[in-house]
Design a protein around this ligand. Sequence first.
Ligand code: BJW
Length: 239
Amino acid sequence: MSDSPNASISNIVILTGAGISAESGLATFRGSDGLWEGHRVEDVASPEGFERDPELVQKFYNLRRAQLPTVQPNPAHEAIARLQQTWKHGTVTLVTQNVDNLHERGGSPEVWHMHGELLKARCLRCEGVMEWDEDLGPSSKCLKCARAGWLRPDIVWFGEMPLYMEQITVRLELTQLFVSIGTSGKVYPAAGFVRQARRAGAHCLEFNLEASDVSGDFHEARLGPAGTTVPAWVEQMLA
Ligand code: BJW
């Protein structure tokens, strides 16, 4: 029998939030410089807000899309990618609430973006989803049905169903280790994953600068900047 504390772990589920991209220069949602400042959440992150003022919402996401090439993945993104690439004992499932592409650019082979992606657009007319790296506006034409004026960011807003939910539930049932990194635990269903995983018998570990709203549901917390704490943990896992 192995003495390693990791010997009983085969499957790992990692959930990330805005905090993992903070050290790359992307603002978090609920920090003092949070993205919502200057905008009411319901104005820019709800289907009703989009219906009321599509131009404001498109502009909000256009600015964030345009920011992506100006930022780089940090050591936390890279460490997770290393774990995904080299973990030999089972699966490492990476679920992110982030709509940026820093996990992919950090080398992650597979990322489930449960709240959508800035670099995708969705057509309200034909439901087609397509890669999109330019500004979206009233004259943007769907690449699938060729109609203009029906494209929106492929982002999951409040009241909409997050993506990959069935697959995530299956992985949470099968995991021995659930790890949450840089998320405030304020937004559901993601904030409830720790309880699901814990009920299924997983050890639950939280990385954050400070206690989150769901810290009490974890077995263990590592406080500090993810760019330092996450690479140290990955080294430990791979040792
Ligand atoms: C660091 C750090 C560093 C900083 N190192 N850490 C009860 C149950 C179920 C649902 C609900 C419920 N009550 C209400 C709901 C509905 C609603 C909801 O949760 N509302 C809450 C406000 C209460 N949820 C929904 O509507 C969701 N859909 C849904 O529920 O459908 C029905 C359903 C039911 C049951 C099962 C399945 C489905 C949809 C939610 C969509 C969220 N969308 C947004 C916007 C996306 C687009 C965009 O990016 O603009 O997603 S909201 C926003 O919050 C964004 C984020 O992904 C999400 C989470 O934020 P996150 O990542 O946690 O960021 P912050 O800023 O809050 O926290 C950052 C953290 O990092 C902090 O803790 C810092 O300390 C830390 N940090 N620097 C480490 N260097």
